[in-house]
Design a protein around this ligand. Structure first.
Ligand code: UDX
Length: 440
């Protein structure tokens, strides 16, 4: 099939590349010429395991193409995926200007049937806006050309996006017509594997499904984070509690890890946007208000523990930070707990030496050169002479460090672990003052 993907950000690039991988002809459009040059040369502008090889393979095979030319991109695909950004605007709702502009461009230039598919995470009702924008452009041209609009939200996890796309749990499709349903069935047939993964529904339900999934996951995390705080007060162990409840199939083990808060490009933004949609429709989503509030508080938890230890004048102190990305296997620092912590530590006069296996360039891009931030080349380099270690992201390389070296490098054997990487008892036996989340 011939497919156009509008927007070569995270979602667009993964979608386009994976669709090419199963044999489709794919053209990806981006208005940023630098990005397109990079992609044509076989490089990728984001960090995602497995993606670069797949891009190169499909470009070489002549199935994956890149362009900045809107007319060319509209003419190319019968299916046009919209995968442009929807940044939150000031009041927290998704800014749809890029989505609507993409729809207008299609309406302006199309001369045969198109199926327009919203892939970006967009508020319920966006498909109607896309349809209206497209129809308006066609009317302006006096052109009577048929089109359909569908919603096909993504459920890609950063760091596992290629795998998630190639082997999905489910493929949610919201359509307005039999024609659109048939086209999308055909498109996704190679990803069905051993049982039916397609959930075909109406457009609004599909749009809401995306928010519901992320809001539910964020709710689980905030719930466990609050319980972890309580567990600490009670002398209970949140890890034992997690095991104790996870065995109930209605609950399950996944996404119950207490930590120093969730971040990323999805959970914070989607929870906020769904709350907003609730407000606009006179349906306050009180559970989600609390989910967000609890997460804001949780991002401060390591700093609070540190202040309990050192007081809030941290002038002259230096702390080691392991992990800056909002989670492992990505360089993404959007809404990352590390950023909340850096700001808080700097505000109290401390400096930080930090290491992350992937997010060093991103950190430099965000903060530039500053005297109170030292970016070092290895986990151990961060520790030299530091007053304590803060563990913020659960990268694999942090799981089994040489604890003797670690201890000898730190000023005092003090660890605040925001991701519960180690066994508290073992740490105690090795002589560490170890502060995990929700564990004795
Ligand atoms: C998420 C959804 O998982 C994905 O389906 C959706 O399409 C986009 O949003 P992503 O943002 O890449 O994906 O990250 P995810 O792995 O879900 O983690 C989100 C955040 O939650 C991270 O900050 C992570 O550290 C935190 N988290 C996750 C916890 O604190 N505890 C957990 O048990 C799980």
């Amino acid at each position: 099939m011939k497919i156009t993907v509008i927007g070569t950000g995270y979602v667009g690039l993964v979608t386009g590349t994976c669709l090419a991988e199963v044999g489709n002809d794919v053209l990806c459009l981006d208005l940023d010429p630098k990005k397109i040059e990079t992609l044509k040369a076989g490089g990728i502008p984001i960090y995602e395991p497995g993606l670069e090889d797949m891009v190169q393979r499909n470009v070489a095979a002549g199935r994956l193409h890149f362009t900045t030319d809107i007319e060319e991109s509209v003419a190319f695909g019968q299916i046009q995926f919209i995968a442009v950004g929807t940044p939150p605007d000031e009041d927290g709702s998704a800014d749809l200007q890029y989505v609507v502009a993409a729809a207008r461009n299609i309406g302006r230039h199309m001369d045969d049937y198109k199926l327009v598919v919203d892939k970006s995470t967009v508020p319920v009702g966006t498909a109607d806006k896309v349809r209206a924008a497209l129809a308006e452009e066609l009317a302006r041209r006096g052109a009577a050309i048929e089109f359909n609009v569908a919603s096909n939200p993504e459920f890609l996890k950063e760091g596992a996006a290629v795998e998630d796309f190639m082997k999905p749990d489910r493929i949610v499709i919201g359509t307005d017509s039999e024609r659109a349903t048939q086209l999308l069935r055909q498109l996704y047939a190679p990803f069905q594997r051993n049982h039916e993964r397609l959930r075909v529904m109406d457009v609004r339900s599909a749009e809401l499904t995306k928010y519901a999934a992320n809001a539910m996951l964020a709710t689980r995390i905030s719930f466990m984070n609050e319980l972890a705080v309580l567990a600490e007060k009670l002398g209970a162990d949140i890890e034992q509690v997690r095991h104790g409840i996870g065995s109930d199939p209605r609950i399950g083990y996944d996404f119950l890890y207490a930590g120093c808060g969730y971040g990323g490009s999805c959970f914070p933004k989607d929870v906020q946007a769904l709350r907003r949609t609730g407000q606009e429709n006179g349906v306050p989503l009180r559970v989600l208000d609390a989910v967000e509030e609890a997460n804001d508080a949780q991002k401060q938890i390591l700093v609070n523990k540190l202040v309990a230890r050192f007081g809030n004048d941290l002038e002259g102190r230096r702390f080691a930070m392991w992990g800056l990305a909002f989670k492992p296997n990505t360089d993404d620092m959007r809404e990352a707990p590390s950023r909340t912590m850096l700001d808080a530590l700097w505000a109290m006069g401390a400096s930080v030496s930090a290491y992350d296996p992937a997010a060093m360039d991103e950190t430099r891009r965000i903060y530039g050169e500053r005297a109170d931030l030292q970016l070092v080349d290895s986990p151990m380099d961060a520790l030299k002479g530091a007053d304590a270690l803060l563990i913020v992201t659960e990268w694999k390389v942090f799981r089994s460090p040489n604890f003797d070296t670690l201890k000898s490098l730190l000023k005092a054997p003090l660890i605040f672990d925001g991701r519960n990487l180690y066994e508290p008892r073992a740490m105690r036996e090795m002589g560490f003052d170890y502060f995990p989340i929700g564990r004795p």
